[in-house]
Ligand binder design. Structure first.
Ligand SMILES: O=C(O)CCC(=O)C(=O)O
Ligand SMILES: [Fe+2]
Length: 340
């Protein structure tokens, strides 16, 4: 081939933008208990809140690319650090996205594992809300869906004395979770505990309005499919604690491209309404879990009772959105002027 006939390199049709440099690591906005910190340069609480949708958005997040990365072991994997029981994950706006407290002993696992024995054995055909797996679910909480006054969940009433017994036996779990919430996320704690419930009702899990118990069945262990708990408050935090005797079942946090390992009795505070999550396979044994939460519907009720001031976080977000919209408009204007 004469030298002139050298094939030209193909021109790419896609406009290639230079990749933005990732933000540099800096300390999280707060770390009162000197947790080991893990910086996630590609995510931020602000972005997650802005992207929040009240319906599931799994397909947009759990993409083929992300699934491939995960199966190739390219998600960040956070195992336990024997030197520090606290692990804090934060994004590029400094805000905490998840916080793990290792159990440190069998104590919490024993309490939950003993208490779950008093609950009615699940029938596998039962309705489980959205399809998350083959396990069964009991909601013991005060909530207020469909714009009503808050009420005690039907499953708590249906399970009667055994549900009450379960909650009594596990009181110390909810107290510890609430103490940790108060220390680590004081603003969320204040919001969760500030307003009263209708007469005769009280929060079921200390600072949290209630819990969900996810129970292993003969059909399978607690192994959730990717989902967000869209009804939980988007400015809140829920606290997950797996229990039982098992191997595997660690938690995948999809937006964070991270897998966080959870041993029985660990507590994981995380933004379950904002972050799609699921479990890795449980490779052995019996895995159950509890999650303490407060639903947005409670805040809707408090706002109806006490006025818009209840939702200061939402108001702040609306103000930021309005300002950003005005800034974008102004930018467009200047750009167009420049073209003329
Ligand atoms: O058991 C787990 O690790 C997750 C539970 C969960 O995501 C849920 O109950 O919504
Ligand atoms: Fe969840």
């Amino acid at each position: 081939m004469p030298p002139t006939a050298k094939p030209k390199p193909k021109k790419s049709t896609a406009k290639s933008k230079p990749a933005k440099p990732l933000p540099k690591e800096f300390p999280p906005s707060s770390n009162p208990l000197n947790a080991e910190t893990i910086f996630l340069p590609k995510v931020s609480l602000g972005n997650l809140v802005r992207q929040y949708k009240p319906t599931q958005t799994v397909q947009q997040i759990v993409t083929t690319t992300r699934k491939r990365l995960r199966s190739q072991g390219k998600f960040l994997r956070i195992s336990h650090n024997p030197a520090n029981p606290h692990t804090l994950l934060y994004g590029f706006d400094g805000a905490i996205l998840a916080y793990r407290i290792s159990s440190g002993s069998e104590h919490r696992n024993t309490i939950l594992s003993e208490a779950v024995k008093v609950l009615p054995q699940p029938k596998n055909s039962e309705y489980r809300g959205i399809d998350r797996g083959k396990y069964t679910v009991r909601h013991y909480c005060i909530w207020s869906p469909y714009n009503k006054t808050p009420f005690v969940s039907a499953q708590f009433k249906a399970d009667g004395e055994s549900a009450e017994d379960f909650m009594r036996q596990t009181t110390s779990i909810w107290e510890t979770m609430s103490d940790n919430l108060k220390c680590l996320f004081p603003a969320i704690y204040r919001e969760f505990t500030k307003y009263p419930l209708p007469e005769g009702l009280s929060r079921m899990a200390d600072a949290f309005s209630g819990i969900v118990v996810n129970m292993h069945t003969n059909e399978g262990p607690v192994e959730t499919e990717p989902h967000r708990d869209v009804k939980e408050r988007k400015f809140g935090m829920s606290c997950l604690s797996p229990f039982g005797e098992y191997e595997g079942g660690h938690l995948v946090l999809w937006e964070l491209e991270t897998v966080i390992e959870l041993a029985p009795g660990d507590q994981l505070f995380f933004r379950d309404s904002l972050i799609n999550h699921s479990n890795e396979s449980v490779t052995d044994g019996v895995r159950n879990s509890v999650v303490a939460f407060t639903q947005q519907s409670m805040f809707d009720y408090w706002r109806r009772q006490n006025g818009r001031g209840v939702d200061q976080q939402q108001q702040r977000l609306n103000r930021i959105k309005k300002r950003q919209k005005a800034e974008r408009k102004e930018k467009r204007k200047t750009k167009n002027k420049g073209k003329k």
